[in-house]
Design a protein around this ligand. Structure first.
Ligand code: S6P
Ligand code: ZN
Length: 198
């Protein structure tokens, strides 16, 4: 873990294979994402043929306490499962009152967001754009470019934590599909309200 001031060069450290300044490297393959894509049949057919890496996360480790900032690179590889673009699992922060910033370095994508009051947002991004994810909004990165990685640099509070369970059981309210040569944000027919406490 880095505990002195440090700097890094995002311009030259984009390569996942290089040693880089990152402390951890998380790889999410298709088989890790069962239940996340809407077209279950397309998922199983693809998985039967291969188990591609869908996304990777490179993190700069710091203590997970308030006052710290956690940061790193999120890399969503291009591809689709059925008509649905490759995407991250998506999550709320366990401590709902924590925000996040994404700075887009490469590619073309959507930051899909929703909150528990039923609002949703889809910010289309290209390199140079920043997305501010407010406290209490779940967020997911979607790669819209079929031939290129979507690479973002993220920063969020050290004590935020991750709640994957809510999205794993309810899904996002919206799906991002490839339709007629472009993308379309549509209602998720399988979305269900989160189970209440108890
Ligand atoms: C963490 C931040 C990102 C995501 C990454 C992968 O709060 O939002 O680092 O972890 O984009 O997405 P996910 O939903 O699998 O964590
Ligand atoms: Zn987050």
């Amino acid at each position: 873990m880095k505990d002195h001031p440090f700097s890094l060069d995002l311009g030259s450290d984009l390569s996942v294979t290089g040693s880089g300044p990152y402390d951890s490297h998380l790889v999410r393959k298709l088989s890790d994402l069962r239940g996340y894509f809407a077209d279950r049949q397309a998922f199983e057919e693809l998985l039967h043929r291969e188990d591609p890496v869908i996304y990777e996360v490179l993190e700069i480790r710091r203590p997970e306490v308030s006052g710290e900032l956690l940061s790193g690179l999120s890399i969503v590889h291009p591809g689709r499962v059925g008509d649905e673009y490759n995407m991250t699992k998506g999550h709320f922060h366990s401590v709902r009152e924590t925000a996040e910033i994404y700075y887009v370095l490469k590619g073309h994508g959507l930051l899909l967001m929703e909150n528990e009051a039923g609002e949703w947002a889809a910010e289309e991004v290209v390199p140079g754009r920043i997305v501010y994810v407010p406290p209490c909004w779940a967020h997911r990165s979607v790669n819209l470019a079929l031939g290129e990685d979507l690479i973002t640099f993220f920063v969020y509070p050290g004590h935020a934590g991750h709640d994957y369970g809510s999205i794993a059981s309810s899904g996002f309210r919206k799906l991002v599909l490839h339709v007629d040569g472009g993308y379309k944000v549509v209602d998720n027919p399988a979305w269900k309200p989160p189970a209440g406490p108890g």
